[in-house]
Design a protein around this ligand. Sequence first.
Ligand code: AMP
Length: 208
Amino acid sequence: MFGPPGAGKGTQAERLGRRLLIPTISTGDLLRKEIRNQTEVGLLLKKLMDSGKLIKDSVVTSLMSDRLEDRDASRGAIFDGFPRKVSQIDILDSLLEEKNRKLLRVIALEVPTEVILQRTTGRRVDPTTGKTYHTDDDPPPEGVKVVQRSDDTEEVVLDRIETYYNETEPVLEVYSERGLVSKVDGVGPIDVVERRILRALGLEKWAK
Ligand code: AMP
């Protein structure tokens, strides 16, 4: 699942995963977990992530590789946030070959920058469940404590958008040449975008 920050990758990947009964593997979540657990790696990660920069391939790859070995991912998985730059394409290719698996399809969610800023700066997360809310569109229920991701401030989001267009869009070009990419309009209510994704995947029966 590709798209600039705030495109709805995480939300849509979770929904699709629930339908297909496969997990979403988000490298951002795996990295945030390391930070939360204050592991040796986590302590080094926080500063980099707070500035919107990408993390070293070796760190991301080893987390991803371990996660793919978990039982729940044995039938498949949806990647959210990986590969994030061209060097990670080869890494993913080898990883999948080693594990006898195949990349089947790439969904590219397209969302203009004004919408991204509105979504990300209003995004709030329940740190216990990881569930996301939005201050205007989807406020958390009373009693649910939420926080703002430290990289969701306008200044950092603008850097993350730049990182996306410089480093991640070229990945899509490579996958387009392989005929794997379906572009999907990511603007609109969550259910509507979900239906567009299902159609793009040929899962019309669920897109009614
Ligand atoms: P996300 O939750 O996908 O928005 O990712 C949050 C942050 O985690 C990014 O801004 C990067 O610092 C880091 N990150 C996530 N995935 C990757 C990746 N595949 N490679 C390098 N850094 C990543």
